[in-house]
Design a binder for this molecule. Structure first.
Ligand SMILES: Cc1cc2nc3c(=O)[nH]c(=O)nc-3n(C[C@H](O)[C@H](O)[C@H](O)COP(=O)(O)OP(=O)(O)OC[C@H]3O[C@@H](n4cnc5c(N)ncnc54)[C@H](O)[C@@H]3O)c2cc1C
Length: 433
């Protein structure tokens, strides 16, 4: 991995990128490449941490689910209603273009089940090293240990105050600034919400940050002994105040304290404390499961209830647990099953109630909902509508994608759009002297 730039920070730069995550690194690499062909100088990238791309390294459990297969239009409804804002970015730099850009540099992608795209090596480190190598080849070496503490408007641009390791407080002026400081989930990776304060100080409103792609912590959770059991395509309803607020389905994992897995994480932006989740573990629907269970029970009346439940489709351990929750002994026979316990069992199997105590916090959430208010940023350029010359890229913006590679694709696409806009702005500034 290339070392940080050891030279002192200059007093002025043509453009400064704040944040060395995937959005900031890609923005720097693309902008420098565009500038090189236009005879313009490379930007400076400031990263507060000792290493860039720490969240990228954690992505996909270190395997980096970098994007998703499909057409650009398939992406639009994967951002909880924010796809419209992202449309120009996602169409301007698509998953196919990202794959081609990486392949030209020797990193090929492979699709896994459901369309998730990963580097063929399954190593997030390879993606980070490629981004850093590309930055270096374009003349950008990230300044590590350089935390931007404030950005102020001044005539002709911005004045940034950076706390630079080994240099102390340093003032840097630039006509153009891009904020790519990420959200506030997994704050130990460096994205601790500081970009919100920078944007706010320049007049931007911030939609309150909330954990997104977060697991459910259940109240009085009865299924904890099944931790590790997972289901593909599990249908579930979200009940709020006695009414069904939403229905969803997806892969669900039972944990010691509640529920996780892509289906729950994706639905978490619509789940609130106090909601009741009703999970259909039968996977075939209440009527079909009732019919299957009744056929097993009447087919062998001396058979055990737990066996009939598992023959009807429930995992064996779950069938045993449900019998115990329904107050039946392990040896209870189908012939002895009364109406009330039978209905209780069928409800557990097809609409198992799980009360939401809370969602996992920012230390568990894989993304941040909320952030820089989208109506104050141009979707065509990623430039601020409040402070001209200021740009945004990546998760600092108020969008959050589903699991499956949608967050990283949005980081790359918004970064590409910002890079093209900043390069144009630099060319304009250069031509006006
Ligand atoms: C555990 C985990 C797994 C994930 N897996 C996936 C996945 O497989 N696929 C997917 O699509 N998404 C995944 N995501 C989400 C994805 O990683 C993020 O959406 C993405 O990293 C956002 O990129 P970014 O560049 O906008 O922000 P970040 O990656 O958060 O980078 C922001 C950078 O800015 C720096 N910074 C912050 N403040 C300052 C400051 N004041 N001065 C200077 N620098 C600053 C930070 O140190 C950080 O390096 C995962 C997230 C987590 C937490």
């Amino acid at each position: 991995m290339p070392l940080a730039d050891p030279t002192p920070l200059p007093e002025a730069a043509p453009a400064v990128i704040v944040g060395g995550g995937p959005a900031g690194l890609f923005l720097a690499a693309r902008l420098a490449a565009l500038n090189a062909t236009a005879g313009l100088p490379a930007p400076i990238l400031l990263e507060k941490g000792p290493r860039p791309g720490r969240k990228l390294l954690a992505s996909g459990s270190g395997r980096c689910n970098i994007s998703h297969a499909g057409k650009p239009e398939d992406f639009l409804d994967r951002y909880g209603g924010k796809g419209r804002f992202l449309k120009k970015a996602l169409y301007g730099f698509t998953n196919a273009e990202l794959a081609a850009w990486l392949a030209q540099r020797g990193l090929s992608l492979e699709a896994e089940e459901g369309g998730k795209l990963f580097p063929a090596s399954r190593r997030a480190l390879d993606v980070l090293e490629l981004l850093l190598a590309e930055c270096a080849s374009q003349g950008v070496v990230p300044r590590l240990g350089a935390r931007v503490a404030s950005v102020e408007r001044m005539s002709g641009g911005f004045e940034l105050r950076a706390e630079v390791a080994g240099e102390g407080a340093t003032i840097l002026r630039a006509p153009l600034v891009a904020i790519a400081t990420g959200g506030t989930s997994y704050p130990a990776t460096g994205s601790a919400g500081e970009g919100y304060a920078l944007a706010e100080s320049l007049g931007h409103r911030i939609a309150p940050p909330r954990p997104a792609l977060a697991p459910v912590i259940a109240r009085g959770f009865a299924l904890g002994s099944l931790a590790g059991v997972s289901f593909s395509g599990l249908p579930f309803a979200i009940r709020r105040g006695g009414r069904i607020a939403a229905r969803a389905s997806g892969d669900v994992l039972i944990t010691h304290v509640g529920l996780s897995g892509p289906g729950i994480l994706d639905a978490s932006r619509g789940i609130e404390a106090g909601d009741l989740l009703e999970l259909d573990f039968s996977l075939i629907g209440p009527e079909a499961f009732r019919a299957a269970f009744m056929a097993c029970a009447s087919g062998s009346p001396r058979g055990l209830v737990r066996n009939a439940l598992s023959e009807a489709g429930l995992p064996r351990r779950m069938a045993e647990l449900f019998c115990s929750i329904a107050g039946l002994g392990a040896e209870a026979a189908c012939a002895d099953l009364g109406r009330a316990p039978r209905e209780g069992l069928l409800r557990l199997a097809t609409a198992c109630p799980v009360e939401v105590d809370r969602l996992g916090g920012f230390d568990e959430a894989m993304a941040t909902a909320g952030g820089v208010e989208l109506s104050e940023v141009s979707p065509s350029t990623m430039e601020s509508r409040i402070a001209p010359g200021l740009y945004f890229a990546g998760e600092v913006l108020d969008y959050d994608g589903d699991t499956g590679g949608f967050n990283l694709q949005a980081a790359f696409s918004t970064a590409d759009l910002a890079a093209r806009s900043i390069s144009r702005a630099m060319a304009g500034l250069a031509s006006t002297g």
